[in-house]
Design a protein around this ligand. Structure first.
Ligand code: SAM
Length: 290
């Protein structure tokens, strides 16, 4: 790209908007939204509430998951013509479980400027108040929709030692916690961050067992938007604490084989340390006697 192109082409601004509280927007974001030629929004009606609040009347176009491949091409043309564009989603930072990736990729691949205007993001907001380690964490977005796929997802993460975070809706929060309780140890610490920055903001840090009880017994805890944060497994408990699923496997094997064979097979299936499985097998065997 030549220096003159930099001046001729427009820029794409990726603008974070509030996740609930309309005051959570930066001065730079407001200035950008006021001065760009076009605002590309996930839902133009939704973003109008924000724009009206700040007296912003720029041209709006829609860019959502169903039209973004086509719409991104058109927007790239507008940038080439020298127009500037702000990309916003319904809430928080675009691209984070939101539309925008094809547009940003296309613009970057074309060698044009993409300028981030940082601000609210539900996962970062939740992590900042969770009281769980955040030096390293992984963000998992939305979980699979079926119970069986979620259980597989949880068992794959049962021994992950860093904190992990996911988004959840009010329709699935209870089912998701139920699935989690079948797979992860019930004493695992989790944080439920609900309705962040809004009137009914709730951030609770409890064991998985208590989280399940809280959400089952309290209808309000099944309303609104959720970020769920899961504490990582202890450095060593990846191989020491057994999940309910692993205990189930061992029990089934013990029904059919000797302790020695059951433990050998369980090591192979679950990856749990032999010593731990052997101790558990002895306890289960004892239950039979008592
Ligand atoms: N791009 C957004 C961001 O930066 O956080 C996330 C968009 S994603 C489509 C929406 C999900 O984010 C919700 O279903 C919920 O899981 C989470 N979320 C958004 N706002 C929230 C809030 N105020 N409190 C808790 N979770 C929220």
């Amino acid at each position: 790209m030549t220096v003159s192109n930099i001046n001729v082409f427009g820029k794409l601004f990726v603008v974070a908007t509030p996740i609930g509280n309309l005051a959570d927007i930066s001065l730079r974001a407001i200035e950008t939204l006021k001065t760009v030629d076009i605002i590309a929004a996930e839902d133009t009606r939704h973003v109008k509430m924000l724009l009206n609040h700040y007296g912003i009347t720029n041209k709006l176009v829609s860019l959502h998951q169903h039209n973004e491949d086509k719409a991104s091409g058109v927007l790239l043309e507008r940038l080439r013509e020298g127009l500037s564009i702000a990309l916003v989603s319904d809430a928080g930072t675009p691209l984070l479980s939101d539309p925008g990736m094809p547009l940003v990729k296309m613009v970057k691949d074309a060698g044009l400027d993409v300028v981030p205007i940082p601000g609210a993001c539900a996962l970062i907001t939740a992590l900042s108040a969770a009281g769980l380690p955040v030096t390293q964490f992984s963000f998992e977005g939305f979980l699979p929709r079926t119970s069986s796929a979620r259980k597989v997802f949880f068992s794959e993460r049962a021994h992950v030692t860093k904190t992990w975070v996911f988004y959840e809706s009010c329709h699935r929060i209870l089912a998701t916690l139920e699935d989690m309780a079948e797979v992860l140890p019930l004493d695992r610490q989790i944080v439920i961050a609900r309705e962040l920055t809004k009137l009914h903001e709730t951030i609770v840090k409890v064991s998985l067992a208590d989280a399940l009880a809280l959400v089952s017994n309290n209808e309000n805890m099944r309303k609104g938007e959720f970020v769920v944060i899961v504490d990582g497994a202890e450095e060593d408990d990846g191989k020491q604490l057994m999940t309910l699923e692993q205990q189930k496997i061992l029990r089934v094997l013990l029904r059919e084989c000797s302790i020695k064979t059951a433990v050998t097979m369980a090591v192979e299936i679950t990856g749990v340390r032999k010593k731990i499985l052997y101790q558990a097998a002895l306890l289960i065997d004892q239950e039979k006697v008592l």
